[in-house]
Write a protein that binds this ligand. Structure first.
Ligand SMILES: [Zn+2]
Ligand SMILES: [Zn+2]
Length: 446
């Protein structure tokens, strides 16, 4: 977190003679949990208040650090996270570090004040993430708990969606989770839109070419239907939820997002709180940590988290191999064989071997699946141009064959009898392949 301080020279209230609240901000602070306070900037810069509360650690989340006059004289531990209170800010990747900072401080007998400017959105989001992790709560239960201690808390819609995703991932960052991958891709798309090239920090999102993979090649692959060149593995897939009739009704009736409906954050927030309240009244117990799957078919999540250009979390992306995933178009991660993906905002995808046109990509606008679901960014393979094959199953049914994955990508497997190699015959939803980790098996395990 602190590394972000380096490029910041401007401090809050640097130009002010006095550190008193001459910006009209009154001190506001609440005790949320043992040794954990949540407050505003006025609280963080008031020495008397900090002393009275016994604060030993400060966590500042703002676009500027605390005034130098405060930082220079304080003996407190201070951490600074630069973050604006806008839904498209990347909050989630900082949460493991902020949780660790708070946890460590409290475990060492300290008292922490987490603050932003008003103590309403950014700092509240960070505190909610800590509560989720500490008490193993999902977002809405943690939100209710924190709101019970400080009535102003109201993280912006983008932060709410990111906190929910954080909860779905077990309060940690799982880089292999398709929902997190899509979140990062969306951030990358925003950057690419600004600077016309994929920045270095996002290059890792363009995955290695599975057709050239040397280590533990996945047995479940998507191949070019013309030349059978391997184009993607099961692990490259970003499965999405089919947009059903219910979604469409909700989209028309309730206004899925501020973007669609023209509602502002305040109105969305009120709707959200009402929905949360009604959820709370019908649901007993804290529920499972990862309730995203059982909510895929119902619940107000879809209304809250649906597609929005403001919100970096694309709620239609689902964890691998869940029921209800759409089979009409294969959305995948960008891969190195995809020409142009690091410096063009959109383009066609061609097979790197036979040059057949097999799909398209669009970093900014994404694409609408025939099911009606919009996915953005989108890198997709057209099912009629791509075939799916389970190489391990093929090997098992033809034991005299040398293991197919010992061959290198690009080599046609002409003698293999494909089990599910027919076009448009997807692994998702298939009983045979919907096991928890369909790509856990590889030749080296056999
Ligand atoms: Zn081809
Ligand atoms: Zn679809």
């Amino acid at each position: 977190m602190s590394k972000q301080v380096a490029d910041i020279q401007i401090h809050a209230a640097d130009s002010q003679e006095s550190l008193d609240t001459d910006d009209g901000l009154d001190i506001s602070v609440d005790l949320i949990d043992d040794n954990l306070y949540l407050g505003n900037l006025a609280c963080a810069r008031d020495r008397d208040t900090l002393q009275r509360l016994g604060v030993t650690h400060l966590l500042t989340i703002d676009v500027v650090p605390l005034p130098r006059a405060v930082l220079d004289t304080t003996k407190l531990h201070v951490e600074y996270l630069k973050l604006a209170d806008v839904p498209k800010e990347d909050l989630i990747t900082h949460l493991p570090a902020t949780n660790e900072y708070i946890k460590k401080a409290i475990n060492n007998g300290g008292t922490v004040l987490v603050h932003c400017y008003f103590g309403v959105s950014r700092s509240a989001a960070v505190v909610i993430a800590y509560i989720m992790d500490k008490y193993k709560l999902r977002y809405d239960d943690a939100f209710t708990l924190v709101k019970g201690k400080r009535r102003f808390v109201a993280p912006n819609v983008g932060f709410v969606a990111q906190l929910k995703l954080f909860g779905h991932m077990g309060c940690e960052i799982n880089k292999e989770d398709p929902r997190f991958k899509q979140f990062r891709l969306r951030l990358a798309g925003q950057k690419l839109k600004e600077v016309k090239i994929l920045p270095q920090s996002f290059l890792e999102l363009v995955k290695e070419d599975p057709g050239l993979a040397r280590e533990r090649p996945s047995p479940l692959v998507y191949r070019c239907a013309s030349c059978r060149r391997v184009l993607a593995t099961q692990g490259n897939l970003l499965p999405h939820k089919e947009r059903g009739e219910r979604d469409k009704r909700q989209g028309r009736g309730k206004g899925r997002t501020s973007h669609d409906s023209g509602k502002d954050n305040g109105e969305i927030l009120i709707e959200k709180l009402q929905t949360l309240a009604s959820e709370m009244s019908v649901r007993g117990g804290a529920g499972s940590r990862d309730s995203s799957v059982d909510r895929d078919h119902g619940g107000s999540e879809e209304v809250l988290d649906g597609y929005s250009e403001q919100n970096m979390v694309d709620a239609c992306i689902v964890p691998a191999a869940v029921a209800g995933a759409c089979r009409r178009v294969w959305f995948v991660e960008p891969m190195r064989w995809m020409r142009g993906v690091t410096h063009a905002s959109s383009g066609k995808l061609h097979c790197p071997k036979c040059q057949a046109k097999i799909g398209s990509f669009n970093w900014i606008m994404g694409c609408r699946c025939p099911c009606g679901q919009k996915v953005a960014p989108a890198f997709y393979l057209v099912p009629s141009k791509v075939e799916w094959a389970n190489i391990v199953q093929n090997v098992q049914t033809t034991p005299q064959e040398r293991p197919a994955c010992a061959r290198r990508g690009g080599a046609p497997h002409r003698r293999l009898r494909r089990i599910q190699g027919a076009r448009g015959d997807p692994p998702i939803n298939s009983r045979r392949t919907a096991a928890r980790a369909p790509f856990a098996t590889s030749c080296s395990d056999e």
